[in-house]
Design a protein around this ligand. Structure first.
Ligand SMILES: [Mg+2]
Length: 268
């Protein structure tokens, strides 16, 4: 039986700690490869993440005139394009080496939602190539059939926090906003979800842990995996007896939803 529910997944930071451990390291590898003296620290990268999109982030960085950057915009944009290209290659190598495992509960929840007939979509404004690199590694690769489709940065004109990617996934899914929960890790992602009229569960990542998440239906440390890796609720309804985020909990975040204690678990 198909339930009329949707689960929309952000990728970077939500499915895996791709930002600090993956993208940042890949940028640094590209800088080193081109003989450039820059190395982005975790703290500095926090700030740079205000700019969505790798190439946009590089253009922004080069415009701050770090030593070795071209002085003119055309030169900066050409260098950004080259570095972005090389960064993608390095990112693929980091991912292929198994450097970015899924965050707690991600695999469990994808499997549970698939078993219950929820429509799952990838909704990211990262490049499709980077998303493919991650999702074709273990343990993501066997889960590919759980997703109805992907909306990536290549598909939209405006990146998050613009709601365009979510609006596109919603239209393609045929679901109504009140049937969908989106999972995000960042304020930009949360804003995109809210502006698309959807409910959002936020699982802050390494690089967003100290941020504020105004408008989230719930904020939890991670999705959790039973009592071994229990979820801690920062904001929102209490968890059911499983001590992790399950489908009943997500349903409880929807308009008119019941808290988990009042509805049977869909996973049992
Ligand atoms: Mg994210």
């Amino acid at each position: 039986m198909t339930h009329a529910f949707g689960l929309f997944w952000d990728v970077d930071g939500t499915m895996a700690e791709t930002e600090g451990d993956g993208h940042r390291q890949a940028f640094n590898a590209a800088f080193a490869e081109r003989g450039l003296p820059w190395r982005w620290s975790m703290d500095g990268y926090h700030q740079l993440l205000q700019i969505s999109g790798g190439e946009e982030r590089l253009r922004h960085w080069l415009a701050t005139a770090p030593p070795g950057a071209p002085g003119d915009q055309a030169g900066q944009w050409a260098m950004a394009a080259d570095l972005q290209e090389r960064k993608q290659v390095h990112y693929g190598c980091i991912v292929a080496a198994g450097g970015l495992p899924p965050r707690p509960g991600v695999v469990r929840l994808i499997q549970a939602a698939a078993a219950a007939g929820w429509q799952q979509w990838i909704v990211t404004t990262s490049r499709r190539r980077a998303v493919e690199a991650l999702l074709r590694t273990q343990p993501f690769q066997p889960l590919a059939s759980a997703f109805c489709g992907w909306v990536c940065g290549d598909d939209v004109a405006r990146k998050k926090p613009d709601p365009q990617a979510y609006a596109m996934a919603l239209r393609q899914s045929g679901l109504a906003p009140h049937q969908v929960v989106a999972l995000e890790d960042s304020p930009h992602g949360l804003e995109a979800v809210c502006r698309a009229g959807l409910r959002c569960l936020v699982t802050p990542s390494q690089v967003t842990a100290d941020q504020r998440f105004v408008g989230a239906a719930a904020v939890v440390n991670h999705l959790g995996d039973g009592l071994q890796q229990p979820t801690t609720v920062v904001l929102g309804p209490a968890l059911g007896p499983q001590a992790h985020v399950d489908l009943a909990y997500l349903q409880g975040l929807l308009p008119g939803g019941q808290p988990p204690s009042a509805s049977p678990s869909l996973e049992s």
